[in-house]
Design a protein around this ligand. Structure first.
Ligand code: URA
Length: 434
């Protein structure tokens, strides 16, 4: 077998055997197959697709490329959440302390930004001192003591995905149903939780643009998870416009804290509470998802979730004073206010363009080696359905670099469509796949 043969076979749209997939994935992970051949292979997969059997095999090979975490040292039923990636999606920062404060142990491994979407680990690293890489024993200890710990995907969990994920990010090979399924599920199945709530995004700022594709993705992931013995549920949620108002790492941490204080934007609050409610139910702490949602609301209202966030941040070395003093969080010094050039209503706010603009500020990576500017990003002022007058500020853009600021502003200006039609914001939660 050789890599060129396998690439050419997939390019011709032919089905690959488990051995052929293994050859490519294991070869790339052990550095026998170079980036350029793996890139061509991934592009062939994007263009020709993998069928269900190939996707299941792809997932299994990536899952078995490293360790399978044994969370048995952690007491209780561990429930995880995974989003397929969005813009302004800081739900992990909110729902994890909510669910933990309701007694569900959160032992979570999260990822970094991918393409135009943000990643939880980059966001957490915006908190001064916060360590996303800690010893395994400390991870277990924190979950047993505080009920919560969130760390970066360790090198031992699905290392094949880690390497392939980084390559996909910079080769335009992210938005494929099978690659997303196998990437998410290989990590999730290897990271040891008893149950997983999936947040499958659809719309302009999601990898799955149509609701139909998002449902297909969700159904496949639920099926693969169940076959591996996990409790699974998926929510199909909107990602046409960004979630909340903040996009960019430190800005999103601020907004997450605002939500935990009960004063955050409605959409991000609603989705975090709903996802947490399903986790609380799956974790056996509520009789139904509705009861779980009510418990999640109470955890927000009582301040218990905010207290849990503080414990969580401090437990991993983070400065928990940020909760009361946002000036301790990084914020890039150069700003640009994007203003409306006409009056009317925001008819559209393209989440992908905002995600791209945010990436250009320095909040995301353009290449694998890029270092994130944690204080950069975009703070939206107007969203879909809002009335605007000519000259109103639509959003404020933050960067440490004047050129980046300018490039980001150009892209962000194309994200807004101001028209005369009064439109409603898109429906946030589309369906639940049980
Ligand atoms: N999130 C992942 O973990 N992998 C993907 O491929 C897309 C989103």
């Amino acid at each position: 077998m050789n890599a060129v043969e396998v690439i050419v076979k997939k390019k011709a749209g032919k089905k690959l055997s488990e051995e052929e997939l293994k050859y490519m994935i294991e070869g790339f992970t052990s550095e026998g197959i170079p980036d350029y051949q793996m890139s061509a292979f991934l592009m062939a997969v994007c263009l020709k697709g993998l069928d269900e059997e190939e996707t299941v095999a792809f997932t299994r090979i990536m899952k078995n490329s490293g360790d399978i975490a044994d969370l048995s040292a952690i007491k209780g039923r561990k429930i995880d959440k995974h989003s397929t990636g969005g813009v302004g999606d800081k739900t992990t920062l909110i729902l994890s302390p909510i669910a933990a404060s309701c007694g569900v142990p959160i032992a979570k491994m999260s990822g970094r930004g991918l393409g135009f979407t943000g990643g939880t680990i980059d966001k957490l690293e915006a908190i001064p001192g916060f360590r996303t890489s800690i010893e395994e024993a400390d991870f277990y200890r924190l979950v047993n003591e505080n009920g919560i710990s969130v760390i970066g995907q360790t090198a031992h969990i699905a290392p094949a995905d880690k390497k392939i994920y980084a390559l996909r990010d910079v080769t335009g090979t992210v938005d494929n149903l099978s690659l997303i399924t196998s990437s998410i599920m290989s990590k999730k199945l290897a990271s040891g939780a008893d149950g997983i709530v999936l947040d499958v995004k659809c719309g302009k700022g999601a990898f799955m643009k149509s609701e139909e594709d998002a449902v297909r993705l969700a159904e496949l992931m639920v099926k693969i998870g169940r076959a591996d013995g996990k409790a699974m549920k998926a929510l199909i949620t909107d990602m046409n416009q960004p979630l909340g108002l903040a996009v960019g790492n430190s800005l999103e941490v601020r907004e997450a804290i605002d939500v935990l204080k009960g004063r955050g934007p409605e959409d991000i609050t609603e989705i975090s509470v709903k996802l947490a409610g399903h986790m609380i139910h799956m974790g056996g702490k509520a009789e139904s998802a509705d009861e779980g949602i009510a418990m999640a609301e109470e955890a927000l209202n009582s301040g218990a979730a905010l207290e849990k966030f503080k414990e969580f941040a401090a437990g991993q070395g983070g400065d928990d004073r940020i909760v009361d003093d946002f000036s301790l969080l990084p914020l890039s010094g150069k700003t640009y206010e994007l203003k409306a050039d006409s009056s009317g209503f925001v008819e559209d706010l393209d989440a992908m363009m905002i995600g791209e603009a945010s990436g250009l500020t320095g909040a995301g990576r353009q290449t694998k080696e890029d270092v994130i500017d944690h204080g950069a990003g975009i703070l939206l002022v107007k969203k879909i359905g809002d009335r605007v007058e000519k000259g109103d500020v639509l959003c404020t853009i933050y960067s440490s670099d004047e050129d980046k600021l300018e490039r980001a502003a150009t892209v962000a200006s194309h994200a807004y469509l101001i028209g005369s039609r009064e439109v409603s914001p898109p429906e946030l939660i589309r369906s639940v796949i049980e």
